[in-house]
Design a protein around this ligand. Structure first.
Ligand code: SF4
Length: 264
């Protein structure tokens, strides 16, 4: 539950919250937006039939430079960057660089920069992999992946999102049961910002159709059986018929790193 304090920062207080920043209303006037859960739900319903570029445009017009986007350079994120390059190329886009990502993923960051001029910021934890593993007597991803994700992803995204009012992600409802109820727009109580999911209604087939049609750069690991790609130690290719996220934390009960769970 959150309210906006007078200095424009959001703090945790309750179920209602407001965002105090310039907002361009339908009447053409700038005014501070006040979003109750109901008004956010209404915005989400209104955008339910909209195509992703319209939703992205709504986010940009509503939040301006207080909007950011997180990407792990999956096909969905690459598609959003493709649209952002046309709609608002100065939007701050970031990647959680845990130190465990595939080299192919980091190379994709450079290919995107060359294609779109969008330099995705690599946001790192306070410790290098070497420092972190020394601190814990070896890697934690096998022994305690929740702790590893909390330290190397959640703490970092929390730090980044504290500077923004809204973030966009590329999650789709058909990716997993945990994501099935994701609204187009909702309040992300975990991080205290509005969360926009322009692709919530899209399917994997539509994303890949767009990528092929527009020649959007994508991670070459997708051509080697990797479907959902995260950190290298926690990602494997999947077999025919497996769930598309079966290759993440395979062999453990963990299915999400915590960025998207319980906070749609
Ligand atoms: S995905 Fe694996 S390596 Fe990456 S932060 Fe989580 S547990 Fe650590």
């Amino acid at each position: 539950m959150r309210y906006l304090s007078n200095d424009g920062r959001i703090d945790c207080q309750g179920n209602f919250y407001a965002l105090q920043r310039a907002f361009f209303t339908v009447s053409g006037q700038f005014s501070p937006p006040t979003f109750s859960p109901e008004s956010l739900a209404a915005a989400s319903r209104a955008l339910e039939g909209a195509e992703p570029p319209e939703i992205i445009r709504w986010g940009v017009e509503t939040f301006g430079d207080r909007l950011t986007m997180a990407t792990a350079f999956g096909p969905e994120g690459c598609a959003i960057i493709h649209w952002l390059a046309q709609i608002a190329p100065k939007t701050f886009v970031f990647n959680l660089e845990t130190g465990y990502q595939f080299p192919e993923t980091l190379e994709l960051r450079d290919r995107i920069a060359r294609r779109y001029g969008i330099e995705v910021s690599l946001e790192r934890p306070d410790t290098t992999v070497e420092e972190y593993e020394k601190l814990h007597g070896g890697p934690l991803h096998g022994r305690d992946p929740d702790r590893c994700c909390a330290d190397r992803k959640i703490a970092v995204i929390r730090r980044v999102l504290s500077r923004f009012d809204a973030w966009m992600s590329g999650i789709r409802r058909d990716q997993s049961p945990d994501r099935a109820a994701a609204p187009i727009v909702g309040f992300d109580g975990k991080f205290g910002v509005v969360k926009i999911s322009p692709l919530a209604n899209w399917t994997k087939a539509k994303i890949w159709d767009l990528i092929v049609r527009e020649d959007i750069p994508y991670n070459p690991l997708h051509d080697q059986g990797y479907v959902s790609i995260g950190c290298a130690p926690c990602t494997r290719p999947i077999q025919l018929g497996e769930d598309e996220r079966a290759g993440r934390w395979s062999g453990s009960a963990k299915t999400e790193c915590g960025l998207h769970s319980r906070s749609h």
